[in-house]
Design a protein around this ligand. Structure first.
Ligand code: CP3
Length: 345
């Protein structure tokens, strides 16, 4: 009984011997495809797309049909969690997320809640997953996701994107008790939310810790890893991938997490990461997304160099972070095709 026509990514995650490396791209749903922009333009904005399950499913499947990736990732955003907790966001065109209210003190924690019914507040995500699974009809597995508690904390306290997230970071030093309370609340809701995604059909879960790189080892261990670890321990139904961007300093600790896959960004060397993390986990990454601005020959060469560095071990080919919005889809296809044509020995 074959559940999937293509289960390469699931076999790779389990550490089975495979004929080739699986490939997908972070932020493949949205951003680069004209077909995505057409759907997006037919609606009032990003949030309407996220909250309309049929359309979210449609843009989730586009990269499978158009690019030929080995996995789909559900179209949504990490910021649905703060919103479900009582802190709504807006997605401002060409600027990014913006929160009218932010958390600045223990007092402010009373304005949000972790005692929420996720099936009620985030039912649109679970609906989108169910529709996607049905329409994928076993072609490839579906990845569900969340932001790591520290990354969500960044947006809930800073209120918008930032290069340094100094407002968010300062809370760890000025207000550590509030920080732990908020991180705990985010973790509670995130676990319930991931279980909802799995129940709806998510086959793999990826935790995006996009801002781990702005902390150092001590702070990441206390305010980041502690809560990621709780999520990993709570999610046993499907494999979990932890992508802690910029956390090269924490690889030894990441290796101890109860998860199957570790995401690697382009700052980290593959061979060195393998040595630190060991043979018992699958690695994912890590082509610099800017390589996709070069010519086809260079993309092919750089991708082959990357594949050579995997050394026939458990590895999922991906970029080192999300694909940039102005990348030519043909260049993305070149990356994907190079991975697919590369035979492991
Ligand atoms: O990977 C996928 O294709 C699935 C969809 C997905 C989105 N956001 C859609 C999106 C995923 C996995 C995310 C995760 C996300 N969102 C992260 C973690 C990953 C990372 O890049 O580090 C973060 C930090 C966010 C928060 C966020 N959402 C920001 C800062 C922005 C604005 C900048 C940007 O990425 O364009 C968003 C908006 C957003 N999320 C868009 C998409 C397709 C662009 C909105 C649009 O269509 O105009």
């Amino acid at each position: 009984m074959a559940e999937y026509q293509n289960d390469l990514i699931l076999r790779t995650i389990k550490g089975e011997k495979t004929e080739r490396y699986p490939v997908w791209l972070m932020r493949q749903a949205g951003r680069i495809l004209p077909e995505y922009r057409a759907v997006r333009a037919s609606l009032s904005g990003f949030k309407e797309l996220v909250e309309t399950p049929e359309r979210a499913a449609e843009v989730t499947i586009q990269p499978v049909d158009i690019l030929g990736v080995d996995a789909a990732i559900i179209f949504s955003d990490i910021l649905v969690i703060p919103e479900a907790m009582g802190l709504p966001y807006q997605m401002i065109e060409k600027k990014g997320p913006w929160f009218e209210n932010t958390i600045k003190s223990v007092e402010d924690l009373k304005t949000i809640s972790d005692q929420i019914d996720v099936a009620d507040k985030l039912g649109y995500v679970s609906e989108a997953i169910k529709i996607t699974k049905k329409e994928l009809n076993g072609r490839v597995p579906l990845i569900g996701f969340c932001g790591a508690p520290w990354t969500i904390f960044c947006y809930m306290t800073e209120g918008e994107g930032s290069k340094t997230f100094s407002k968010a970071k300062s809370q760890l030093f000025a207000n550590p008790e509030m920080a732990h309370q908020l991180l705990d609340m985010i973790t509670n809701v995130t676990i319930k939310y991931l279980k909802l995604q799995i129940k709806a059909g998510a086959d793999i879960i990826q935790v995006f810790d996009s801002w781990s790189g702005i902390l150092g080892p001590a702070e990441y261990s206390e305010f980041g890893m502690k809560y990621v670890s709780r999520i990993c321990e709570a999610i046993n139904e499907v494999p979990v991938t932890v992508f802690a961007k910029g956390a090269y300093y924490a690889r030894e600790e990441l290796a101890k997490l109860d998860c199957q896959t570790i995401g690697i960004d382009w700052n980290m060397d593959i061979a060195e990461s393998r040595k630190i993390i060991g043979a018992d986990k699958t690695l994912q990454g890590n082509l610099d997304p800017c390589v996709l601005y070069s010519d086809f020959k260079t993309i092919e060469m750089k991708t082959k160099n990357l594949l050579n560095s995997f050394g026939n071990q458990r590895h999922i080919a991906n970029l080192g972070h999300g694909v940039y919005p102005d990348t030519d889809p043909e260049k993305v296809k070149c990356f994907i095709e190079t991975v697919k044509e590369y035979a492991k020995n």
